[in-house]
Structures are given as structure tokens and as C-alpha cells.
Design a protein around this ligand. Sequence first.
Ligand code: HMG
Length: 391
Amino acid sequence: MEVGIDKIGFYTSNYYLDVVDLAKARNVDPNKYLIGIGQKKQAVINPTQDAVTMAANASINFLTEQDKQDIKMIIFGTETGVDNSKSAAVYLQNLLGINKSSKAFEIKQACYGATAGLQIACDYVRLHPDDKVLVVGSDIARYGIKTPGEITQGGGAVSMLVTANPEIIAINETSTFYSEDIMDFWRPIYSRNALVDGHYSNEIYLQFFQKTYHEYLQQTGKKIDDFAALLFHLPFTKMGIKGLKSILDEDSDEYKRLLEHFENARNFNANVGNLYTGSLYLSFLSLIANDHGLKTGDLIGFFSYGSGAQGEFFSGNIKNIDNDKYRLPIENMLSKRKKLSVAEYEKIYEITLPNDNSDFEFDISDDKARFVLTGRKNGHLVYEEQSDRML
Ligand code: HMG
């Protein structure tokens, strides 16, 4: 029996920053951001969106009433949780109307959370083939203003329905993983912004990739030319190029072939930025939406990385290809976004719920998403569904 991703959806907020504008404001050569980092646009998350609403907005378009009955587990990967105790998965269950006879919980390990969720989901469905599992990765990537990490911000959510006999990709059972206590990137409890040792984090990422990738080849007997494409966690899209170069000679035919597929796989990420847990899966969506060379049965390699640090390499075989089904809605969503000036972005960056238990109401007039965070009342977060205003 095959198990894997049957349905997938994506959401990001309706604001973005052009990285050329950011470069000019920071006195940086725009080519450093466009070529050196590999980004074009950066999602700026509207204060009326959080990890919960983004996950709900990513899921709502593909879940049927039957799916909502069949889901037995909701796994929420995030490092932008909305509560230190209550999981974002329970809020999501309520917003989406998923049946209550299900397990709902949150996973945190930096950008690795959604992969942990996907693997748990696949193992669960292998044992319970009639059940479905909803796995989401939803995050806001935030660094300090005017820090080197600023260009690698972004945000959004990817939602996946894991089932037996999946429509999109079957995930293979073997995966290789490695974890070690490393301080390359972290976010202390007191801080909204991540702290990072940037160059060190790049090094560790590549070390974990090489370790897990080579171990995967050893365990499975596969070779590089068995893979139609290699996908990477993309904190910024140049990272995937670094990954490919770390295992292949730039002049080799294999490098050129995989680079061609990677160009399709980084298209959406270059226009959204880092969404932490969801980034690898946005890259997968970008591949299946934009790569017209993919065929049923093609083997795709996935490298997942979460700072701190955890790496995992796994693979899947493509089931059905329908590029436009995935490309058109995402292109539509991205094209409707409003471009912000750097001054507007810096203003939005500061807006947050007060750091106490006081009541607060956001102005939601500029947010057309189906689910929004309207504020806080009596200590409770208030989420609203605006069914007539969906993106
Ligand atoms: P930096 O020090 O400002 O940049 O920060 P740089 O000087 O290293 O330059 C970057 C690249 O631009 C270099 O290319 C330059 O040569 C090139 P590379 O050597 O890397 O190939 N460059 C130019 N190219 C063309 N024209 C020019 C030009 N000028 C320079 N004029 C850094 C870069 C990524 C360190 C910083 O943005 C940062 O700290 N980002 C946050 C950390 C991060 O994203 N780390 C990635 C690995 S860790 C990870 O993926 C996990 C994470 O997602 C968190 C989680 O797990 O939750 C972050």
C-alpha cells in the first residue's frame, strides 16, 4: 500500500516587500539579495494573520466535508506558536470544523516540525489505511530590522492531507536523519525575533545535508541519477544551490540537470521568503506547479533541516501531474498582494498584541483572507471567518 500527500494547499498574507527596495534602504547592492541570496520578494505578514489563521487559510480550499470526518490526527508544525500551552492544532480543528474524534497537537523543532509531522502521519496511515491526517507547517520568519537576517524573512503556511493511495506523491518508508545540540539559530522565550549565527548556520545545514544524503544512498543503494529532482528546506533560495554544489561538480551533467528542476522548485520561495516549517513543502509545490518535465513515478529527494539542529533526507514518487492545478491559484494569490514601501513594512513590523492580558482589537479592513485574527478579548484570542471575503 502506498501512503503520502493526497492534497496540498498554501497561504501567505496579502503584503510583500520588494527586495530591491529593501536593498536600497539598507545601502546594499540589490544583486546581493537577488543573486547572492536568491530572493525577489518577501512576504510581510499582516498583523491580522498568525500561525493559526494562515494554516486555516492554507487548508480551507481543499478539505471536503468527507475529509473533515475522516481526519483522525491534526499535526501542527510551527515555531511561531500562539500559546505556550495550548496547541495551534486545536484552534485549527475548530476553525476548519474537523471532527472532534481526532488527536490534535503541535510539534516544534525549528523548520523541521512539518517533516516530523509528515513522517508521523505516514506511519500512522500505514497502520490505519482508512484514516487521514492533516499536517501543517505555518510560521512567520522574523529577524531584527537592519540585521543580516532581515533579507531572509517571510511567512506563510503549507497544509497537506496524508492518506493511503495518495493523489500527488507516495512517500517512501526509508529516511535518514541526524540531530545534535547546536546553537546556529534560536528564539529565546522573551523574544519575537530569532537570533542567529548566520554563516555558521549555513555550514551546519550543509554538513547535515551531506551526512543524511550520503547515508540515504548507502542504505537504499540509490544513485544521484535515480532522482528526478532534489528539494531543500529553503531559508533563502541560494541555499538549495549551495546544497547541490556540495555534492556535485558544477560542470557535471547531473548538476546541470538537477539545477534545471531546482529553478522550478525555487520559483514560489523566491517570491515569499522563508516560511520556516513550510519552506520545503512550498518548494515541493513550486516544483509540481512549474516543472513541466516531471512524470508519474519520478523519484524526488527531500532534505529537511531545522536549526538547533535536526536534518532528515527522504524521498517520494510522483503519482499524478497537473501543473496548472497548483500553479494558477498560487500565482493568483501572489499577484494580488499589495506592495509595501520599506517605511510601511517597518511600521507593520512593530504592530503586535499587547504583551499582557488586555483586550485589543485589530483593524481587519485590509485583510481579505477567509480567516483572520481580530484581536483578544477576556484573555482569549479571537479568530473570525469572513466567508464572503475570501482571497
Ligand atoms: P550576509 O553575511 O549579509 O551575506 O548574510 P554574505 O556576505 O555571506 O553574502 C551572501 C551571498 O551574497 C554570498 O554568496 C556573497 O558572495 C553574495 P555565497 O558566498 O553565500 O555564495 N553577494 C553577492 N552576489 C551578487 N552580487 C553582489 C553580492 N554581494 C554579496 N553584489 C546570511 C547572509 C544568510 C548569513 C544572513 O542573511 C542570515 O543570517 N540569514 C538567517 C540565517 C539563515 O537563513 N541560515 C540558513 C541556514 S539555517 C536554516 O536554514 C534554518 C532556518 O530556516 C531556521 C529554522 O530552522 O527554523 C534559518
